[in-house]
Design a protein around this ligand. Sequence first.
Ligand code: ZN
Length: 677
Amino acid sequence: MNNVKTILTGGALLLGSLTTMAKENPNFDYKVDRFADIEVLRYEVPGFDQLTLQQKEMLYYLSEAAQWGRDIIWDQNGKNNLKLRLILEKIYQKYDGDRDSKDWKAFEKYMKQVWFGNGPHHHYSNDKFVPEFSQEFFEDRVKGICTRCMGASDDKERDAIVAEITRYIFDPSYMPKKVSLDSTGDVITASSVNLYDGVTQEEVEAYFAAKKKVDDPTPISYGLNSKLVKDARGNIHEETYCLNGLYGDAIRHIIYWLDKAKGVAENDAQRAYITKLIDYYITGDLRLFDEYSILWAEDSDSDVDFVNGFIESYNDPLGMTGSWESYVNFRNRESTKRTKIISDNAQWFEDNAPIDAQYRKPHVKGISAKAINAVMLAGDAYPATAIGINLPNADWIRAQHGSKSVTIENITEAYAEASKGNGFREEFVIDAPTRALMDKYLYQTDMLHTDLHECLGHASGQLAPGTDPDALKENGSTLEEARADLFALYYLADPKLVELGIISDPEAYKAEYYQQMMNGLMTQLNRIEPGNDVEEAHMRNRQLIAAWTLDHAKKSKAVQLVKKGGKTYLKINDYNELRNLFGQLLKEIQRIKSTGDYAAGNALVQKYAVKVDPKLHKEVLQRYSTLDIPPYRGFVNPVYVPEYDAEGNITDVKVTYNESYPDQMLRLSRNYSALGK
Ligand code: ZN
């Protein structure tokens, strides 16, 4: 995998309550829709109205650029996805039958799932959705769509489209998995993601091995913005995503709106990196992308900021091609005071980390951290999103020029607000005093945990000379996330945080310790199907930390699982000892990373991170089922409405929050279909 740092892509972890946050509207309604295993929320954008007109205008243009990339992620996720969406939406909009019928209800649910997955595969498990409506229902409805409306030139082409899409929906063995990481087979041919065409894993690896220069200190991110294709003659070549290449029809619109944003940029540095980004979109030249990334990482002055491009490579089984995404945001000034204190003291944290001195960074540099409010989420970051980002991903840029680390404050707030009163803590937390502690502090400590994880954790430590950064192979992501989490957990309990004025109560960290341990040992199992292992890297990391410390607390009884009224609860008897254990595990995982000790890393992961106790798993699922808490959550975006004067200049931008989930999806398809017709 790439050196990717996006964290916590789901909602179940963040069940904080918030005595400290500044809500703009006390009656804001966070809940939008609910279906299958998904809840759709909306988020508020506090502070938007107080921005300058120039900033609002810029955010509006960047939001337009973000929305124009939507079709790219749909096509990257599957070659049939745009056609599938077109047909499903036509049926959805034209339906005039019984809306209480079983088939219609099932169709509606499937439509919402497909919207959420940006295709027919689950955004997290990668498995294809199972339609619960009949094939007859579908075929009957398809008859009502005209040949032209389907984008076909004649009936023969139309029949071929219908046959293909019918198979895509109803044949569970056809493209069953978006991304397969099963290393016993060919991960390229086993994945239905549309980043490769006609090539095997061996051919992909050989193609890029031949391109890579040996000992290149500043390598481009090979394959980041291209699809690898074998043509009819058997030649393999890259189709590059750029203005005159693949996805050019969407990229043209993105460039147009980026250029408008450039016209109202806040300063020269920002103008310079937008110019570079546009040049990169025009040419597809990955050198320009690196130059853009450096300028972007080094700009810490601008309040308005954004990500727009082919960034994270989780959807590529070989971790090279970036999925298109966009985050448009602005600095949350109040909260950034907190992250600034942390980054200003980065060297102190590094010098005092409980790891071997030789693996500490002598000079921590280039960490810029801030808290932001999201304005628009798009592409692979929508509807499901992360709550923290640390970019750029290229290792050499991070080492030489630093990185930008952000905590997305208003998204974290929406998760926490929407979780209030859902009964989760009453069911799973052992007693009232612990619940009270969590009610009081968890929102604060969650945010601080994200800050420490992103800004200090990932940036800490160094490799021993000659260690291969990819030596931990398939366990690399899990161990890297564990390292960052442990760094955050260890320091959350440090008196230094009180001394720095970041936290008021030296006991507050206990709320986070309880939450993290309970989640890693029990409650995250809600996301696992009975009989399955833990697969996803962040989940493996959380179980690894919790199960390892539980095991190593046997003697001291610092942490226990206990039974009360037939139910299992986490009991923490000695928080200080738990902190010591976090420190010990951090030391060992840092050693594993610094020396590239694959065997030790693999042993840790296999022993603690993968297997599930079936009895406890069953109990957790049963207890969850009484609560009606969705395992996954995502968001609709606010709608931004510009106001113009007689000359056509923007005089204000109003933010509105009342769009429903289907209305938003249909509006995007109507107004931003660059590739889908
Ligand atoms: Zn991380």
